[in-house]
Design a protein around this ligand. Structure first.
Ligand SMILES: Nc1ncnc2c1ncn2[C@@H]1O[C@H](COP(=O)(O)OP(=O)(O)OP(=O)(O)O)[C@@H](O)[C@H]1O
Length: 595
């Protein structure tokens, strides 16, 4: 809790000191106004009972001023800190973006347990906005409670116990929140599955398949099962939380009744005046409200503190690059041209947390200036190999060498600047078509010539068919309604993006034609070697492409067949046909199917 308070305070103070100072002053006014109104009312009651008009009038005025301050200060303070709260959300969102992208690796996105933590952090960070309000209201309540305690003690020393009793509901509320949170965390897998099924069943992209395959009822049932499991867990947690809260409030309620009996008894015995009774009733009932508010605010503060902690959790999840023991002091710049090529030496790799390695002791040379096709069954490890080349993961054993130099010795951003890729799960940035392609080489993102060259290298005419050419806004997130591009159109834009860089040392195309129509696929592959030849001539770069369609890989300089955790066959098309092995069999099967 203390960490939450100091974390929130530091975060908010950094956003806007002036607004925070005004808000703190107004909340302090709010804190003293409520007990002061009660004291003024005590004087008013006694003066009125004694028939003293002037003191009664002054006391009445004091009651009015204190009541107005109590009603308005918090409201004006809100105007001040509202913007700071919004900025807090923005800042923590930015921090999450930085943390999640501040690593070269993809592990934290791809591991299911890490992905759960990321999803929780994304959700909970939205709650940070309520944290500042809770903190300021809580601070104001704390001051009010302190003043109330002093005043109650002055009425009767035994009443000091009443605010102490008020701590019980607060402690119980913390227990309650912990029980509810545990239940929510336990149900995260079911909630995630249910959310996925909900999106799947309401998503335009899946609508056709769901209808054709008659899946709606089945998926609805599974959706309901996941929700029922999740809500049953959450309900059990909320029930336990409810009992904790009720027990805390119940104990305080008993103390409240006892306090009133005590003061009324004193008054009937002449030890207290009527103003004391009014003061005690008022303060004790305020205390009740203050405690109820403190319970809610404690929950909000605990939640906000946990949201801030989620950032640290995510920070811990994100893997940081570890250089090899013999790394040079200053990372190297990648070579201008590749002379030998990219070599994998004894590379073994398994995904963190997975059962065994996907690739085992792989030795390979992807020669400089060559076009290399990688083929193999689903799940053979083709994309994994490509991810290793892009340094999204490090090999568990073995090395990847660029012209004989360990890939890890190069400055990573500099290496990334010399690589380019189009992945099968390509991004769909909802920008203008110009930018969706142009960001493939950020400094030239708005250079129409460069963008058109990128698209021409991808042999794509997609922009010609968009209503406003390069100015067309893509996707649905635009206020004036963008164009909903098809899967194939998005893929052509992704290919154009991948072709923006002029002299890559490595160009990766992972199933570049998976969503393309036959004509676009033909255009891409018929002149595919032109693009690869350009890369080879400009930088000696290697073009690696993954494809299931063997007719498209014929012209590659080297075809690598991946399977059983390693390289099964390797050679040109003619060599592999002569070998009469896996490739030849697959090729014959596909060729027969097309005949
Ligand atoms: N992030 C991941 N975490 C754990 N296992 C993974 C991950 N990504 C892939 N795998 C597993 O690694 C193996 C190789 O996957 P990979 O995506 O490299 O295959 P692929 O040959 O590209 O398949 P496809 O032709 O279907 O695209 C598969 O068994 C897959 O389930």
């Amino acid at each position: 809790m203390l960490r939450a308070i100091s974390g929130l305070m530091r975060l908010s103070w950094r956003q806007d000191r002036r607004k925070m100072t005004v808000a703190l002053a107004l909340m302090a006014g709010n804190a003293v106004a409520v007990p002061l109104a009660a004291v003024a009312l005590r004087h008013l009651t006694n003066a009125a009972a004694a028939g003293r008009a002037e003191p009664a009038a002054w006391s009445g005025l004091a009651v009015a001023v204190a009541a107005i301050a109590a009603l308005t200060c918090a409201h004006f303070a809100h105007i001040g800190y509202f913007e700071v709260s919004e900025l807090n959300v923005l800042t923590t969102d930015e921090q999450l973006i930085e943390i999640s992208n501040g690593t070269p690796y993809l592990d934290h996105h791809e591991r299911p347990d890490s992905a759960d933590r990321m999803a929780l952090a994304q959700d909970e960070l939205q709650r940070i906005g309520e944290g500042l309000q809770a903190l300021l209201t809580g601070g104001s309540l704390a001051v009010s409670l302190l003043l109330t305690t002093v005043l109650l003690t002055l009425v009767h020393p035994a009443l000091v116990a009443l605010p102490l009793l008020a701590a019980l509901p607060v402690l119980a509320a913390r227990r309650a929140q912990a029980a509810a949170d545990r239940a929510r965390e336990d149900s995260i897998v079911d909630t995630r599955q249910a959310r996925h099924l909900f999106e799947l069943t309401t998503d335009a992209a899946s609508a056709k398949e769901l209808r054709l395959l008659g899946l709606v009822e089945h998926l609805q049932q599974r959706y309901a099962e996941h929700w029922q499991r999740a809500t049953a867990r959450i309900w059990r947690g909320e029930l336990a939380a409810g009992w904790w809260r009720a027990a805390g409030q119940g104990v305080f309620g008993l103390g409240y009744v006892a306090a009133l009996v005590l003061v009324v008894r004193d008054a009937t015995r002449g030890h207290a005046d009527v103003g004391d009774v009014v003061l005690a009733i008022l303060l004790a009932s305020q205390l009740n409200q203050q405690v109820a508010a403190a319970v809610t605010i404690t929950q909000q503060l605990v939640r906000s503190g946990r949201s801030l902690r989620r950032l640290d959790e995510v920070r811990d999840l994100v893997p940081q690059p570890v250089g090899p023991p013999d790394a040079p002091g200053t990372p190297l710049r990648p070579p201008e041209r590749l002379l030998e090529g990219i070599r994998l030496r004894g590379v073994t790799f398994g995904y963190p947390g997975a059962d065994g390695p996907v690739l085992r002791d792989v030795d390979l040379l992807l020669p400089a200036g060559s076009t290399v096709a990688i083929v193999g069954e689903n799940g053979a490890g083709k994309t994994t190999l490509v991810k290793l080349l892009n340094r999204f993961y490090e090999p568990d054993r073995g090395t990847i060498l660029i012209d004989g130099v360990d890939l890890r010795h190069f400055d990573l951003p500099a290496w990334r600047e010399r690589t380019t890729a189009a992945f099968q799960d390509y991004a769909r940035p909802e920008l203008t078509a110009r930018l969706a392609v142009g960001i493939g080489d950020l400094p030239r993102a708005t250079d129409d010539d460069a963008v058109r060259t990128g698209l021409a290298r991808a042999h794509s005419s997609v922009v010609d068919r968009l209503p406003h050419g390069l100015d067309t806004r893509l996707g649905r997130s635009h206020a004036d309604g963008g164009v909903d591009a098809s899967g194939g159109q998005w893929q052509q834009l992704a290919l154009g993006r991948a072709m923006m860089r002029d002299a890559p040392l490595l160009m990766v195309l992972d199933e570049p034609a998976s969503a393309l129509d036959a004509a676009a696929e033909h255009r891409l592959f018929a002149r595919f070697t032109d693009g690869a030849a350009r890369v080879a001539a400009d930088s000696g770069g290697v073009t690696v492409f993954v494809s299931h369609r063997l007719s498209t890989v014929r012209s590659a300089d080297l075809i690598i067949v991946i399977g059983d955790g390693g390289v099964r066959e390797m050679g040109t098309h003619d060599e592999l046909i002569r070998l009469d092995g896996i490739y030849a069999t697959l090729y014959a099967t596909q060729a027969t199917a097309y005949r």
